[in-house]
Design a protein around this ligand. Structure first.
Ligand SMILES: C[S@@+](CC[C@H](N)C(=O)[O-])C[C@H]1O[C@@H](n2cnc3c(N)ncnc32)[C@H](O)[C@@H]1O
Ligand code: SF4
Ligand code: SF4
Length: 370
């Protein structure tokens, strides 16, 4: 079975750049709270790759594009507004959504963004409000409260459809009602409370602030991540926790939404979790490399070398990957990727739908524009 018959959604990670260093983000080393050294500096997906994707026949049934990558802040891409214009040229009917820490650029930029987004069939910008003025920065390091609130307000006042998204932590849980009230006052359309899925909630605020001040950067855990994918095949050693899930059905979070993931390096992957392997160190990478690059070549999923149609027609996307879900993670032939057992079987917690509560803010409470 093909991974996707029809591509309805694409999630993008368009660069390796972010202005923040959130504790639980895939770009942050949780022991030092510094950006992982394995993340290449200043890499940006180029405009010609976007032209190529949106002219490809496989995107003709697209309904949504999401800028919600694992390691990037989309507004840090120097050509983000041009990227949006490229999509607008061929796909103005779709819904475009962006997740942001809201702390970049000026209010003028956010007004321009709202003007462009209003031309789409639908749009949503999700601003992260992970606290109030005294707490937001604990998780969202380097994000100025003043910038966040003025950017979000400028976007809303220009008619942008904005959601206020709050991650709940021990240090902001007493502020949830106040954040929601602020969201209503500012004119957000929705308030979304999400549960933290990282180690952040287990940390004390003093410990976080101390690590933030420290200059120490322990490279130890990441040295082994740079390696030759064709070298040194040894038996995979997986935790029992994942081997014990071999008989549990894979319920793919991305496939059910007909969604693909495209990362900063122009690589097409089924989802963000798999793409994240590339930052995960030797043990995490080797199974993925063995089942993909080793068999199909290291450029098999690169939009720098192939079209989207060609990539989706490779044996891996067409047959092997979905078939692997019927196998165990240690099988010799086409094993299931351990990440699929980890993220998308019945004991995988947290699944997206279990982790958030969305509250629509009634229209009469939206800010009345003068
Ligand atoms: C990795 S971020 C990238 C997009 C953008 N830079 C941002 O932060 O919104 C993608 C999504 O993950 C969410 N996120 C970040 N840390 C999280 C955590 N610890 N638990 C759950 N979701 C988290 C963000 O709020 C955002 O909605
Ligand atoms: S703002 Fe987004 S990409 Fe940047 S560190 Fe935070 S979660 Fe990660
Ligand atoms: S980890 Fe595997 S099963 Fe889960 S969303 Fe990704 S591709 Fe689908």
């Amino acid at each position: 079975m093909q991974y996707l018959d029809t591509v309805k959604r694409i999630q993008f990670e368009i660069s390796t750049v972010c202005n923040s260093q959130c504790i639980g983000c895939a770009r942050t080393d949780s022991s030092t709270l510094k950006t992982k050294p394995i993340i290449p500096k200043n890499q940006f997906l180029s405009l010609d790759i976007f032209e190529k994707i949106f002219k490809d026949n496989r995107t003709k049934n697209l309904t949504e594009v999401q800028f919600c990558g694992s390691i990037d802040e989309a507004t840090c891409h120097p050509n983000f507004l041009d990227i949006i214009k490229i999509i607008l040229n061929t796909h103005e009917h779709i819904r475009l959504s962006i997740h942001t820490n809201g702390g970049t650029r000026s209010t003028k930029y956010w007004i321009k963004l709202a003007t462009l987004l209003k031309k789409f069939g639908g749009h949503e910008v999700r601003f992260a409000f992970d606290g109030l003025e005294d707490t937001n920065h604990i998780y969202r390091h380097n994000v100025s409260w003043k910038k966040l609130t003025s950017n979000a307000q400028a976007f809303i006042d220009e008619g942008g459809n904005a959601t206020c998204q709050t991650l709940k932590f021990p240090w902001n849980s007493h502020q949830i009602d106040n954040i929601q009230n602020l969201a209503i006052e500012m004119g957000f359309r929705r308030f979304q409370l999400r549960h933290d899925r990282s180690v952040a909630s287990e940390m004390k605020v003093e410990e976080i602030l101390k690590l933030r001040k420290s200059k120490k950067l322990d490279l130890g855990g990441y040295r082994q991540a740079v390696y030759d994918p064709y070298d040194n095949w040894i038996d995979d050693s997986f935790k029992d926790e994942f081997i014990n899930r071999d008989n549990d059905k894979v319920n793919c979070l991305f496939k059910k939404d007909d969604m693909l993931f495209i990362n900063w390096n122009a690589q097409v992957w089924p989802c963000c979790f798999i793409s994240n392997h590339l930052l995960g160190g030797y043990l995490k990478q080797k199974q993925l490399f063995k089942e993909t690059y080793f068999l199909y070549g290291k450029n098999f999923n690169s939009l720098k070398h192939y079209t989207l149609t060609e990539i989706l027609n490779t044996e891996w996307f067409k047959n092997k990957f979905v078939a692997s879900w019927d196998n165990g993670i240690r099988d010799k032939e086409n094993p299931r990727l351990w990440i699929c057992s980890h993220k998308c079987t019945k004991n995988s917690i947290p699944h997206q739908e279990k982790t958030s509560d969305v509250i629509s803010i009634p229209r009469r409470q939206h800010k009345v524009l003068s």
